[in-house]
Design a protein around this ligand. Structure first.
Ligand SMILES: [Zn+2]
Length: 55
C-alpha cells in the first residue's frame, strides 16, 4: 500500500507489518509520518526535553 507522508510528502510503500498499516487501511486520510520525519520529530522532542543551561 502506498502512503504519503503528512510532513514531507514523500511516498512510501508500507506492508501489513507496518505499525500504521491497519489504521491507514481503515482510514486512508489518517496522517502518516515517514521514518525520516519520525526520526526528526523524535530528535526534536529530545532536544526540547534537555534541561536549559543555567545562565
Ligand atoms: Zn516525511
Amino acid at each position: 500500500m502506498e502512503v504519503k507522508c503528512s510532513i514531507c510528502g514523500r511516498k512510501q510503500e508500507i506492508t501489513k507489518v507496518h505499525k500504521d498499516f491497519q489504521k491507514l487501511r481503515k482510514d486512508p486520510t489518517a496522517p502518516f509520518i515517514c521514518d525520516y520525519c519520525n526520526d526528526r520529530l523524535k530528535f526534536q522532542a529530545r532536544e526540547e526535553q534537555k534541561p536549559k543551561q543555567p545562565m
